[in-house]
Design a protein around this ligand. Structure first.
Ligand code: PLP
Length: 440
Protein backbone atom coordinates (compact mmCIF):
# COMPACT_ATOMS: atom_id res chain seq x y z
CA UNK A 1 0.00 0.00 0.00
CA UNK A 2 1.28 3.50 -0.78
CA UNK A 3 2.25 5.65 2.18
CA UNK A 4 0.13 8.82 2.07
CA UNK A 5 2.68 10.70 4.19
CA UNK A 6 5.30 10.28 1.43
CA UNK A 7 3.14 11.96 -1.19
CA UNK A 8 4.17 15.63 -1.47
CA UNK A 9 2.39 18.02 0.89
CA UNK A 10 -0.55 19.72 -0.69
CA UNK A 11 -1.99 16.60 -2.24
CA UNK A 12 -2.75 14.95 1.07
CA UNK A 13 -3.14 18.17 3.02
CA UNK A 14 -6.07 19.29 0.89
CA UNK A 15 -9.19 18.74 2.86
CA UNK A 16 -12.02 18.63 0.40
CA UNK A 17 -15.01 20.67 1.56
CA UNK A 18 -17.80 18.41 2.56
CA UNK A 19 -20.41 20.50 0.81
CA UNK A 20 -18.94 19.86 -2.63
CA UNK A 21 -20.30 16.53 -3.65
CA UNK A 22 -20.92 15.01 -6.99
CA UNK A 23 -24.48 14.59 -5.87
CA UNK A 24 -27.34 13.80 -8.12
CA UNK A 25 -29.21 17.01 -8.55
CA UNK A 26 -32.62 17.22 -6.89
CA UNK A 27 -32.36 13.59 -5.86
CA UNK A 28 -34.60 12.55 -3.01
CA UNK A 29 -33.54 8.89 -3.10
CA UNK A 30 -30.58 8.80 -0.67
CA UNK A 31 -29.73 5.24 -1.67
CA UNK A 32 -29.28 6.12 -5.31
CA UNK A 33 -31.27 3.38 -6.92
CA UNK A 34 -31.33 5.25 -10.22
CA UNK A 35 -30.30 3.75 -13.50
CA UNK A 36 -26.98 4.91 -14.99
CA UNK A 37 -28.87 6.85 -17.68
CA UNK A 38 -30.49 8.90 -14.95
CA UNK A 39 -27.25 9.22 -13.00
CA UNK A 40 -25.43 10.55 -16.06
CA UNK A 41 -28.07 13.16 -16.70
CA UNK A 42 -28.26 14.33 -13.11
CA UNK A 43 -24.72 13.99 -11.86
CA UNK A 44 -21.99 16.54 -11.24
CA UNK A 45 -23.82 19.32 -9.48
CA UNK A 46 -22.81 21.05 -6.33
CA UNK A 47 -25.67 21.57 -3.95
CA UNK A 48 -24.25 24.37 -1.85
CA UNK A 49 -21.86 27.27 -2.19
CA UNK A 50 -18.33 25.86 -1.81
CA UNK A 51 -16.09 26.72 1.12
CA UNK A 52 -13.79 29.63 0.25
CA UNK A 53 -14.79 32.51 -2.02
CA UNK A 54 -13.48 32.33 -5.58
CA UNK A 55 -11.19 35.26 -6.41
CA UNK A 56 -12.31 35.37 -10.01
CA UNK A 57 -15.96 35.59 -11.04
CA UNK A 58 -17.39 32.12 -11.67
CA UNK A 59 -19.21 31.49 -14.93
CA UNK A 60 -22.76 30.51 -14.11
CA UNK A 61 -23.47 28.42 -17.16
CA UNK A 62 -26.96 27.56 -15.90
CA UNK A 63 -29.91 28.52 -18.08
CA UNK A 64 -32.44 27.68 -15.35
CA UNK A 65 -32.59 27.77 -11.54
CA UNK A 66 -34.66 25.77 -9.10
CA UNK A 67 -35.88 26.33 -5.53
CA UNK A 68 -36.83 24.23 -2.54
CA UNK A 69 -40.52 24.87 -3.04
CA UNK A 70 -42.98 26.30 -5.53
CA UNK A 71 -43.83 28.97 -3.00
CA UNK A 72 -40.22 30.19 -2.99
CA UNK A 73 -39.99 30.03 -6.78
CA UNK A 74 -43.24 31.92 -7.13
CA UNK A 75 -41.91 34.67 -4.87
CA UNK A 76 -38.69 34.89 -6.90
CA UNK A 77 -40.71 35.14 -10.12
CA UNK A 78 -42.81 37.88 -8.52
CA UNK A 79 -39.71 39.79 -7.42
CA UNK A 80 -40.64 39.39 -3.74
CA UNK A 81 -37.49 37.32 -3.10
CA UNK A 82 -34.14 37.94 -4.78
CA UNK A 83 -33.00 35.21 -7.12
CA UNK A 84 -32.68 33.95 -10.64
CA UNK A 85 -35.16 31.85 -12.56
CA UNK A 86 -34.00 31.85 -16.17
CA UNK A 87 -30.84 33.28 -17.71
CA UNK A 88 -32.73 35.38 -20.29
CA UNK A 89 -34.18 37.19 -17.24
CA UNK A 90 -30.84 37.48 -15.44
CA UNK A 91 -27.67 35.55 -14.70
CA UNK A 92 -25.26 35.96 -11.74
CA UNK A 93 -22.10 36.38 -13.89
CA UNK A 94 -23.88 38.94 -16.08
CA UNK A 95 -25.21 40.76 -12.99
CA UNK A 96 -21.67 41.13 -11.68
CA UNK A 97 -20.56 42.73 -14.96
CA UNK A 98 -23.63 45.00 -15.01
CA UNK A 99 -22.95 46.10 -11.47
CA UNK A 100 -19.26 46.70 -12.12
CA UNK A 101 -20.11 49.01 -15.02
CA UNK A 102 -22.94 50.68 -13.13
CA UNK A 103 -20.44 51.58 -10.42
CA UNK A 104 -17.62 52.83 -12.70
CA UNK A 105 -20.03 54.90 -14.81
CA UNK A 106 -21.83 56.22 -11.71
CA UNK A 107 -25.33 55.10 -12.78
CA UNK A 108 -28.42 53.85 -10.99
CA UNK A 109 -29.09 50.85 -13.20
CA UNK A 110 -27.28 48.84 -15.87
CA UNK A 111 -28.22 46.03 -18.25
CA UNK A 112 -25.94 43.98 -20.48
CA UNK A 113 -26.79 42.69 -23.96
CA UNK A 114 -25.28 40.46 -26.60
CA UNK A 115 -23.67 43.33 -28.52
CA UNK A 116 -23.23 47.08 -28.54
CA UNK A 117 -26.00 47.36 -31.14
CA UNK A 118 -28.43 45.47 -28.88
CA UNK A 119 -27.52 47.85 -26.03
CA UNK A 120 -28.11 50.91 -28.27
CA UNK A 121 -31.49 49.51 -29.30
CA UNK A 122 -32.44 49.00 -25.63
CA UNK A 123 -31.28 52.49 -24.63
CA UNK A 124 -33.32 54.11 -27.42
CA UNK A 125 -36.33 52.00 -26.54
CA UNK A 126 -36.05 53.12 -22.90
CA UNK A 127 -36.56 56.72 -24.07
CA UNK A 128 -40.23 56.25 -24.88
CA UNK A 129 -39.88 56.22 -28.64
CA UNK A 130 -43.44 55.80 -29.84
CA UNK A 131 -44.65 56.44 -33.44
CA UNK A 132 -44.42 60.11 -34.33
CA UNK A 133 -41.53 60.77 -31.92
CA UNK A 134 -38.26 62.08 -33.26
CA UNK A 135 -34.59 61.59 -32.49
CA UNK A 136 -31.89 64.19 -32.93
CA UNK A 137 -28.73 62.29 -33.79
CA UNK A 138 -25.13 63.20 -34.41
CA UNK A 139 -24.29 62.93 -38.09
CA UNK A 140 -21.02 61.29 -37.03
CA UNK A 141 -22.51 58.19 -35.39
CA UNK A 142 -21.17 54.72 -36.11
CA UNK A 143 -22.74 53.64 -39.44
CA UNK A 144 -24.78 50.79 -37.92
CA UNK A 145 -26.25 53.14 -35.29
CA UNK A 146 -27.40 55.46 -38.08
CA UNK A 147 -28.96 52.47 -39.82
CA UNK A 148 -30.57 51.26 -36.58
CA UNK A 149 -32.32 54.63 -36.33
CA UNK A 150 -33.33 54.74 -39.99
CA UNK A 151 -34.09 51.11 -40.78
CA UNK A 152 -35.44 49.73 -37.48
CA UNK A 153 -36.88 52.67 -35.52
CA UNK A 154 -37.79 54.37 -38.83
CA UNK A 155 -40.11 51.47 -39.69
CA UNK A 156 -42.16 52.36 -36.58
CA UNK A 157 -42.60 55.97 -37.73
CA UNK A 158 -39.85 57.30 -35.49
CA UNK A 159 -38.09 60.05 -37.36
CA UNK A 160 -34.35 60.66 -37.05
CA UNK A 161 -32.77 63.96 -37.92
CA UNK A 162 -28.98 64.18 -38.18
CA UNK A 163 -26.84 67.20 -37.48
CA UNK A 164 -23.25 68.15 -36.67
CA UNK A 165 -22.96 67.83 -32.88
CA UNK A 166 -19.66 69.71 -32.91
CA UNK A 167 -21.69 72.81 -33.86
CA UNK A 168 -23.83 73.47 -30.78
CA UNK A 169 -25.83 76.23 -32.46
CA UNK A 170 -27.05 73.68 -35.03
CA UNK A 171 -27.94 71.19 -32.28
CA UNK A 172 -29.84 73.88 -30.34
CA UNK A 173 -31.71 75.05 -33.42
CA UNK A 174 -32.69 71.53 -34.52
CA UNK A 175 -33.77 70.58 -30.99
CA UNK A 176 -36.03 73.64 -30.88
CA UNK A 177 -37.42 72.84 -34.32
CA UNK A 178 -38.16 69.10 -34.13
CA UNK A 179 -38.76 68.74 -30.36
CA UNK A 180 -36.94 65.39 -30.15
CA UNK A 181 -37.49 62.84 -27.42
CA UNK A 182 -33.83 61.79 -27.56
CA UNK A 183 -30.48 63.25 -28.50
CA UNK A 184 -27.77 60.71 -29.30
CA UNK A 185 -24.04 61.17 -29.88
CA UNK A 186 -20.69 59.49 -29.27
CA UNK A 187 -18.11 60.77 -26.76
CA UNK A 188 -15.47 60.53 -29.50
CA UNK A 189 -17.02 60.24 -32.94
CA UNK A 190 -16.29 57.55 -35.47
CA UNK A 191 -14.12 57.88 -37.59
CA UNK A 192 -13.31 61.63 -37.48
CA UNK A 193 -12.74 61.62 -33.71
CA UNK A 194 -14.69 64.75 -32.80
CA UNK A 195 -15.13 65.05 -29.03
CA UNK A 196 -18.69 65.79 -27.90
CA UNK A 197 -19.39 68.59 -25.43
CA UNK A 198 -21.60 66.35 -23.30
CA UNK A 199 -22.49 69.03 -20.73
CA UNK A 200 -23.73 71.38 -23.44
CA UNK A 201 -25.64 68.65 -25.28
CA UNK A 202 -27.26 67.53 -22.01
CA UNK A 203 -28.38 71.07 -21.34
CA UNK A 204 -29.87 71.40 -24.83
CA UNK A 205 -31.59 68.01 -24.49
CA UNK A 206 -33.09 68.79 -21.09
CA UNK A 207 -34.28 72.24 -22.16
CA UNK A 208 -36.10 70.55 -25.04
CA UNK A 209 -37.62 67.97 -22.66
CA UNK A 210 -35.46 65.24 -24.25
CA UNK A 211 -32.93 62.76 -22.90
CA UNK A 212 -29.32 62.39 -23.93
CA UNK A 213 -27.81 59.02 -24.86
CA UNK A 214 -24.02 58.90 -25.15
CA UNK A 215 -22.19 56.03 -26.81
CA UNK A 216 -19.00 55.98 -24.74
CA UNK A 217 -17.35 53.11 -26.61
CA UNK A 218 -14.36 55.07 -27.99
CA UNK A 219 -13.51 56.69 -24.64
CA UNK A 220 -14.32 53.83 -22.23
CA UNK A 221 -15.27 54.72 -18.63
CA UNK A 222 -11.59 55.17 -17.85
CA UNK A 223 -11.39 58.31 -20.01
CA UNK A 224 -14.93 59.65 -19.60
CA UNK A 225 -18.02 59.08 -17.49
CA UNK A 226 -20.81 60.78 -19.45
CA UNK A 227 -23.44 60.56 -16.67
CA UNK A 228 -21.26 62.91 -14.61
CA UNK A 229 -21.45 65.39 -17.52
CA UNK A 230 -25.25 65.29 -17.58
CA UNK A 231 -26.03 62.42 -20.00
CA UNK A 232 -29.02 60.25 -19.13
CA UNK A 233 -28.01 56.89 -20.58
CA UNK A 234 -24.52 55.66 -21.47
CA UNK A 235 -23.94 52.82 -23.90
CA UNK A 236 -20.83 50.76 -24.61
CA UNK A 237 -19.91 48.22 -27.17
CA UNK A 238 -18.05 46.03 -24.65
CA UNK A 239 -16.55 44.28 -27.68
CA UNK A 240 -14.01 47.11 -27.83
CA UNK A 241 -11.89 48.55 -24.99
CA UNK A 242 -13.83 46.95 -22.12
CA UNK A 243 -13.10 43.44 -23.37
CA UNK A 244 -9.94 44.58 -25.09
CA UNK A 245 -8.72 41.29 -26.57
CA UNK A 246 -10.97 40.65 -29.59
CA UNK A 247 -12.46 37.60 -27.92
CA UNK A 248 -15.87 38.71 -26.63
CA UNK A 249 -18.90 40.48 -28.07
CA UNK A 250 -21.21 42.41 -25.78
CA UNK A 251 -22.92 45.67 -24.98
CA UNK A 252 -24.15 47.54 -21.94
CA UNK A 253 -26.58 50.38 -21.23
CA UNK A 254 -26.21 52.31 -17.97
CA UNK A 255 -28.81 54.81 -16.85
CA UNK A 256 -28.69 57.56 -14.25
CA UNK A 257 -32.32 56.79 -13.45
CA UNK A 258 -33.48 53.66 -11.61
CA UNK A 259 -36.78 54.08 -13.47
CA UNK A 260 -35.11 52.90 -16.71
CA UNK A 261 -34.55 49.46 -15.19
CA UNK A 262 -38.05 48.43 -16.28
CA UNK A 263 -37.55 49.25 -19.96
CA UNK A 264 -33.94 48.04 -20.12
CA UNK A 265 -34.88 44.76 -18.45
CA UNK A 266 -38.01 44.45 -20.58
CA UNK A 267 -35.99 44.64 -23.81
CA UNK A 268 -33.55 42.10 -22.38
CA UNK A 269 -36.31 39.64 -21.51
CA UNK A 270 -38.58 40.12 -24.52
CA UNK A 271 -36.24 40.92 -27.39
CA UNK A 272 -33.83 38.43 -25.85
CA UNK A 273 -30.49 39.77 -27.09
CA UNK A 274 -28.81 38.77 -23.83
CA UNK A 275 -25.14 38.61 -22.95
CA UNK A 276 -23.82 35.09 -22.41
CA UNK A 277 -22.24 34.42 -18.99
CA UNK A 278 -19.07 33.26 -20.79
CA UNK A 279 -18.77 36.63 -22.53
CA UNK A 280 -19.57 38.46 -19.28
CA UNK A 281 -16.69 36.64 -17.59
CA UNK A 282 -14.28 37.52 -20.42
CA UNK A 283 -15.35 41.18 -20.38
CA UNK A 284 -14.99 41.32 -16.58
CA UNK A 285 -11.46 39.99 -16.95
CA UNK A 286 -10.76 42.65 -19.59
CA UNK A 287 -12.03 45.40 -17.30
CA UNK A 288 -9.42 44.59 -14.69
CA UNK A 289 -6.66 45.86 -17.00
CA UNK A 290 -8.65 48.64 -18.70
CA UNK A 291 -6.83 51.44 -16.87
CA UNK A 292 -3.29 50.29 -17.64
CA UNK A 293 -4.23 49.39 -21.20
CA UNK A 294 -5.84 52.79 -21.82
CA UNK A 295 -2.82 54.66 -20.44
CA UNK A 296 -0.60 52.80 -22.89
CA UNK A 297 -3.09 53.01 -25.82
CA UNK A 298 -3.38 56.78 -25.37
CA UNK A 299 0.35 57.34 -24.97
CA UNK A 300 1.09 55.36 -28.15
CA UNK A 301 -1.72 57.08 -30.08
CA UNK A 302 -0.46 60.54 -29.13
CA UNK A 303 3.08 59.72 -30.23
CA UNK A 304 1.91 58.10 -33.47
CA UNK A 305 -0.35 61.06 -34.36
CA UNK A 306 2.47 63.51 -33.73
CA UNK A 307 4.82 61.41 -35.86
CA UNK A 308 2.35 61.13 -38.75
CA UNK A 309 1.51 64.81 -38.75
CA UNK A 310 4.88 65.53 -40.33
CA UNK A 311 4.51 62.91 -43.08
CA UNK A 312 4.19 64.38 -46.58
CA UNK A 313 2.19 61.36 -47.85
CA UNK A 314 -0.62 62.17 -45.42
CA UNK A 315 -3.07 64.96 -46.16
CA UNK A 316 -4.61 65.15 -42.72
CA UNK A 317 -4.27 63.51 -39.33
CA UNK A 318 -7.42 63.35 -37.18
CA UNK A 319 -6.58 63.14 -33.48
CA UNK A 320 -8.22 65.14 -30.65
CA UNK A 321 -4.80 66.01 -29.25
CA UNK A 322 -3.84 67.79 -32.47
CA UNK A 323 -7.06 69.77 -32.80
CA UNK A 324 -7.45 73.54 -32.43
CA UNK A 325 -6.79 75.06 -28.99
CA UNK A 326 -10.52 75.50 -28.20
CA UNK A 327 -11.24 71.90 -29.24
CA UNK A 328 -8.37 70.66 -27.08
CA UNK A 329 -9.76 72.60 -24.11
CA UNK A 330 -13.13 70.93 -24.61
CA UNK A 331 -11.41 67.53 -24.80
CA UNK A 332 -9.63 68.31 -21.54
CA UNK A 333 -13.00 68.94 -19.88
CA UNK A 334 -14.50 65.70 -21.22
CA UNK A 335 -11.63 63.21 -21.01
CA UNK A 336 -9.08 62.21 -18.40
CA UNK A 337 -6.28 64.73 -18.12
CA UNK A 338 -3.78 64.68 -20.98
CA UNK A 339 -5.50 61.69 -22.62
CA UNK A 340 -6.92 62.02 -26.12
CA UNK A 341 -8.08 58.49 -26.83
CA UNK A 342 -6.52 55.59 -28.63
CA UNK A 343 -7.67 56.27 -32.19
CA UNK A 344 -5.91 58.13 -34.94
CA UNK A 345 -7.46 58.60 -38.39
CA UNK A 346 -5.39 59.56 -41.41
CA UNK A 347 -6.41 60.80 -44.82
CA UNK A 348 -3.87 59.93 -47.46
CA UNK A 349 -2.72 62.73 -49.75
CA UNK A 350 -3.58 60.38 -52.60
CA UNK A 351 -7.15 60.34 -51.32
CA UNK A 352 -8.32 57.27 -53.23
CA UNK A 353 -9.60 53.82 -52.36
CA UNK A 354 -6.74 52.30 -54.32
CA UNK A 355 -4.13 54.11 -52.21
CA UNK A 356 -5.97 53.20 -48.99
CA UNK A 357 -6.09 49.51 -49.98
CA UNK A 358 -2.42 49.61 -50.98
CA UNK A 359 -1.51 51.05 -47.56
CA UNK A 360 -3.70 48.55 -45.70
CA UNK A 361 -2.35 45.59 -47.68
CA UNK A 362 1.23 46.63 -46.94
CA UNK A 363 0.73 46.52 -43.15
CA UNK A 364 2.69 43.70 -41.55
CA UNK A 365 2.21 44.23 -37.81
CA UNK A 366 -1.01 46.22 -37.67
CA UNK A 367 -4.04 44.02 -38.23
CA UNK A 368 -6.65 44.75 -40.89
CA UNK A 369 -9.80 44.20 -38.84
CA UNK A 370 -13.30 45.51 -38.42
CA UNK A 371 -13.06 46.57 -34.82
CA UNK A 372 -11.08 48.73 -32.40
CA UNK A 373 -9.98 48.82 -28.81
CA UNK A 374 -8.00 45.60 -28.90
CA UNK A 375 -4.54 45.20 -27.40
CA UNK A 376 -3.10 44.98 -30.90
CA UNK A 377 -2.99 47.86 -33.36
CA UNK A 378 -5.65 47.53 -36.03
CA UNK A 379 -6.55 49.50 -39.13
CA UNK A 380 -9.92 49.89 -40.78
CA UNK A 381 -11.09 51.53 -44.00
CA UNK A 382 -14.34 53.26 -42.95
CA UNK A 383 -15.69 53.64 -46.50
CA UNK A 384 -15.74 49.85 -46.97
CA UNK A 385 -16.28 48.78 -43.34
CA UNK A 386 -17.92 50.81 -40.54
CA UNK A 387 -19.64 53.22 -42.97
CA UNK A 388 -20.02 50.85 -45.92
CA UNK A 389 -23.83 50.95 -45.85
CA UNK A 390 -24.01 54.73 -46.26
CA UNK A 391 -24.31 56.06 -49.79
CA UNK A 392 -21.11 57.49 -51.34
CA UNK A 393 -22.77 60.93 -51.37
CA UNK A 394 -23.59 60.70 -47.65
CA UNK A 395 -20.04 59.59 -46.87
CA UNK A 396 -18.70 62.54 -48.87
CA UNK A 397 -20.97 64.94 -46.94
CA UNK A 398 -19.66 63.53 -43.66
CA UNK A 399 -16.01 63.86 -44.69
CA UNK A 400 -15.45 60.10 -44.87
CA UNK A 401 -13.29 60.00 -47.95
CA UNK A 402 -11.99 57.00 -49.87
CA UNK A 403 -8.45 57.63 -48.65
CA UNK A 404 -9.40 57.76 -44.96
CA UNK A 405 -8.00 55.06 -42.65
CA UNK A 406 -8.83 54.66 -38.96
CA UNK A 407 -6.10 53.26 -36.75
CA UNK A 408 -6.85 51.84 -33.32
CA UNK A 409 -3.48 52.11 -31.65
CA UNK A 410 -2.54 49.08 -29.58
CA UNK A 411 -0.23 48.57 -26.64
CA UNK A 412 2.69 47.07 -28.57
CA UNK A 413 6.09 48.74 -28.54
CA UNK A 414 5.63 52.17 -30.11
CA UNK A 415 8.71 51.86 -32.34
CA UNK A 416 7.32 48.71 -33.92
CA UNK A 417 3.94 50.35 -34.60
CA UNK A 418 5.56 53.41 -36.17
CA UNK A 419 7.96 51.30 -38.27
CA UNK A 420 5.08 49.26 -39.67
CA UNK A 421 3.00 52.29 -40.58
CA UNK A 422 6.03 54.04 -42.11
CA UNK A 423 6.83 51.04 -44.31
CA UNK A 424 3.16 50.82 -45.40
CA UNK A 425 3.26 54.52 -46.34
CA UNK A 426 6.45 53.86 -48.29
CA UNK A 427 4.60 51.12 -50.20
CA UNK A 428 2.23 53.78 -51.56
CA UNK A 429 4.84 54.87 -54.04
CA UNK A 430 5.75 51.34 -55.12
CA UNK A 431 4.43 50.11 -58.44
CA UNK A 432 3.78 46.47 -57.53
CA UNK A 433 0.19 45.30 -58.21
CA UNK A 434 -2.43 45.32 -55.49
CA UNK A 435 -3.06 42.11 -53.55
CA UNK A 436 -6.81 42.66 -53.52
CA UNK A 437 -9.67 42.50 -55.96
CA UNK A 438 -9.09 46.12 -56.93
CA UNK A 439 -6.82 45.00 -59.78
CA UNK A 440 -8.27 45.78 -63.17
N1 PLP B 1 -20.81 51.91 -31.04
C1 PLP B 1 -19.64 52.16 -31.65
C2 PLP B 1 -19.03 53.52 -31.47
C3 PLP B 1 -19.00 51.19 -32.42
O1 PLP B 1 -17.84 51.47 -33.02
C4 PLP B 1 -19.61 49.92 -32.55
C5 PLP B 1 -18.99 48.86 -33.35
O2 PLP B 1 -17.99 49.05 -34.00
C6 PLP B 1 -20.85 49.70 -31.92
C7 PLP B 1 -21.41 50.70 -31.16
C8 PLP B 1 -21.55 48.39 -32.05
O3 PLP B 1 -20.95 47.45 -31.22
P1 PLP B 1 -21.09 45.87 -31.44
O4 PLP B 1 -20.28 45.54 -32.65
O5 PLP B 1 -20.59 45.28 -30.17
O6 PLP B 1 -22.54 45.61 -31.67
Amino acid sequence: MRDAARIPGSVVAFNEPKNIKSTLLFMSDENNTFDILTQLVRTGHETEWPAGRPTSTPIYAAATYTYESMDEMDKVFAGELPGYVYTRHGNPTVTILEDALRVVEGGATARAYGSGMAALHAALFACDLSPGASVLASQDLYGATTNLLLNIFGVFAIKSVFTDFSDLSKVRAKAGEIKPRVLIAETISNPLLKVCDINACAEIAHQAGARLIIDNTFASPYLCQPLKHGADIVVHSATKFLGGHADATGGIAISRDEFDATALTGVMKLVGGILSPWEAHTILRGMKTLGVRMDRHCENAKALATHLQADSRIGRVYFPGLAREDERMKTARMLREEQFGALVSIELKDNTREAAFRFMDALKLCVRSTSLGDVFTSALHPATASHRDLSPARRRDLGISEGLIRISVGIENLKDIIADIDQALAALSETRPLATGLRA
